[in-house]
Every structure is written in structure tokens, then in C-alpha cells.
Write a protein that binds this ligand. Sequence first.
Ligand code: GLN
Length: 264
Amino acid sequence: MKKFMKGLLATTMVFAMMTSLVGCGGGSEEPAATDEPAAETLIMATNAAFPPYEFYEGDAIVGIDAEVGKAIADKLGMGFTIEDMEFDAIIPAVTSGKASFGMAGMTVTEERLNSVDFSTSYAKGVQVVIVAEGSAITTVDDLFADGASHVIGVQTGTTGDLYSTWDLEEAGLATVERFNKGADAVLALTQGKVDCVVIDNEPAKEFVAANEGLVILDTEYAVEDYAICFAKDSELTAQVNSALEELIADGTVQAIIDKYISAE
Ligand code: GLN
């Protein structure tokens, strides 16, 4: 509670605004009825097809991001809801104000920093390459070899898509096939419709475990930082970020990660 108060003092303006919005400032009027969710509910935009960060367990969206997002809302004394959407709809949802923030195993990139702000990073990601067992592709370098002409499956708008497009397709070394879900790209790989899939390592492990005959190459394509994205200059950024930093410092985030990712 003490830390929470300190966080609020650091954002006095935001607090003053919130109290007037929720009408708990003593003598202020009830907020007008509106279709918009109450200001004190955090709406997390995600793509719940990215295990173990966000995925469905029955009707519920669970996973590392879902639990860290909820822990942030609890720490701030706010409500919490998750909106599931395509990955490439998350930044537009955040910049238009439909969502409070985006949390989706999202990599911090310079390009994205042109449209959103990012929190402190809470996890590392690695772009890896999934191939069929016995594939002629045995290292990441094989994708860059002179005269290479692979068909690469990716999830639309992800860094796997961006890197494959910029590094390989635009260099005439590959054709990129884009799918709405990573799992659909992996399905295409099992059907021989693509030669490999470039995707984040943790979902890659889950997809490979769920499908016979696939392997993850030992070499890494890229190492990345995952963070929460916000509309530029959003008044929520400082609050959510300080709650996240406290949850990192007190071990809560690591405990949630450990619950979903077992150490090898
Ligand atoms: N880390 C990747 C990115 O930010 C993929 C994230 C995802 O598919 N949810 O693009």
C-alpha cells in the first residue's frame, strides 16, 4: 500500500483526474452513463494465440501476459479486461484509445516506437526457425545463402514477418507467406506448403511439441525485448510502468514466467 501511495504521489495529476472521473472525490457527481468502459478498468489488447504468453484455456485467456496484466491492475486498484484481436490490430487499438495498453509478447522495435511508447521490458524473446525434420535448412545462415529461394511462414505483422520480409524477401532470397496465427503457419509447415517458420521461441516450443516431425534450429535469428505498449504520452504509462517495475523487483513477474515456462 505504501508503494502504491508513492506511485500515486508521483502521478498526482492522473490521480486527481481519476478521482473526478470515478466520483469518489467527495461531493462530486456520479459520472455520466456512457458506453465507454469505466476509466478505472484497464483494457489489455492482445492476440490470444501466442502460448505461453496468451492463449485460451476453455473460454478464459490465460498466460504470462494475462497474469502480469492482472497483477498490474490489482496493484493499481483497477479493474481488468482482455480484448483478443489479430496481432496487427493491437497497436491501432492502443493508439485509438480502444485499449489501455497492448501486451502480447510484443517486441520493442524502433519502427513501433514511432507510433507507441513501451514500458520497461519484462521478458526476452528469441526469433527462431522451425523446420521439418531432415530439412535442407539446418542453420539460419542457410536462409541467407546465395541463390536461396525458400518459402517462409510467419504471423502477419510480427517481427518474424518484418525480418523475413526486409532481410530475405526484399533481397530476393525468399518468399514470405503470412498467416493470422503462428499455429496456422506451423500447420502449413506440416503440410509442406512452407519450408520453415520464423517465430518466437516459446510459442515455437509449444507448436513443435504439439506436432510430430518438426524441429527448432539451434541457431537464433534475433534476440528481442518484450514490453507493454501504450499510446504515445498516455497518462497511464507512468502508473502501469511503475507497477510493472515493482512486480519485476519483488519477483512476481519471474514467478509467473516460471509457472508457464519450465527451466530446461
Ligand atoms: N514478438 C513478436 C513481435 O512482437 C511476436 C509477438 C506475437 O506474435 N504475439 O512481433
